[in-house]
Design a protein around this ligand. Sequence first.
Ligand code: ATP
Ligand code: MG
Length: 460
Amino acid sequence: ATAIDLSDPEWKLKYQRDFEERFNIPHITDAFPDAEAIPSTFCLKMRSPTYINNKDRVLLKVINYSSPASAGAVCIDPDCTWIEQWVQRAGPRENIYFRPEDVKAAIVTCGGLCPGLNDVIRLIVITLEIYGVKNIVGIPFGYRGFSDKNLPEIPLSRKVVQNIHLSGGSLLGVSRGGPTVTEIVDSMEERGINMLFVLGGNGTHAGANAIHNECVKRRMKVAVVGVPKTIDNDILHMDKTFGFDTAVEEAQRAINSAYIEAHSAYHGIGVVKLMGRSSGFIAMQASLASGQVDICLIPEVPFNFHGPDGVLKHLNYLIETKGSAVVCVAEGAGQSFLENTNAKDASGNKVLGDIGVHIQQETKKYFKEIGVAADVKYIDPTYMIRAVRANASDGILCTVLGQNAVHGAFAGYSGITVGIINNHYAYLPIPEVIAYDKSVDPNSRMWHRCLTSTGQPDFL
Ligand code: ATP
Ligand code: MG
């Protein structure tokens, strides 16, 4: 993004043009101007009314703030008239750039598990078959499957995927780390893959974008399309990502168990750690939904344990006044209190310390020191939540995302990802969605609703 000079009378036009350029999605014809446009038969086959026009757009920002005060931190224009930010609408196009009989499509799932992976795989395969693709394979265990000779491709068809959404996990398996981009593209060339569907988080998408660039460099006519998988809901611009709803719902069980344990014990304290490496959406939403949480701690909002305004003091107050307490903490919160081991996982992500265990230990120690009985119980439901199947609303989201991924590939787009924006589906260039992680705004109404619900003070 270019810096905005508000004194320039043309600034708004320039800003909009810059935005349009950034969100313009790459197309096969950028590298292959002579690529043949073939009329699609998809809508005819599906008795579907219309194709999406390439010029159709979805509005990214829908609020028109009346004053800088109501806009808060997001306001960049002193007059606060709005800036139009339109992104490209997803869906089937009239012209396709691949002959279905020439397509070899591959699907790969990387990173951690997330409810809905199988639902997305299922709809990609089914949609590819409707387009007439016969050659569809799964790459086993993430990017690793491209280089490990002991891992054969998994042939996919409607028959294979028909019921896979009934269970959680990924039919194809997942992994972290693995081959270099060069090795992956070598392998794609060798296998003759010309459509690649990549399901994963920011790391996986960085990989997908690099694969797309490498294909362009080698002049390979390939469509690389991502479907963002992040249970944390930390992908920019999107209303939500698949699996998030399910995670919030499933987290209710853990919170409720912690509440019952705490409530039934004498001076009981229940601690629940939920997912959220850099953003606290799951912890915030789950706390709000449950109404059983007294203290919600997220990475975006700093807090103190000790001291007169710390978490421990408030726990003591809750024990004195209510007799029990429930703490819900996001895994990325309070990392500054933990020893930094500099450990990295296979993909190069920082290994976080266990804040849940830390809270449990510090709480026990504190109550022992002040001579008050306290019964502290810690629940980490992470892997139980990650492994469940998608709920109905995520299942539907996965269906639409999977279908639109295939439409995008056939339309000749590459280096793109698909998401839901203001209730419409859109294609976005990968670099724009992985520029940084979306996080909870500590000044947002939602976070303040969460504080209203828990009744917690500022722990500073
Ligand atoms: P999660 O949200 O579960 O962490 P993720 O996609 O971020 O999902 P990672 O383990 O970070 O998960 O990355 C998945 C895959 O992407 C790994 O195989 C890793 O090697 C690859 N990858 C990560 N970052 C990059 C990058 N910058 N360039 C190329 N490949 C990458
Ligand atoms: Mg990641």
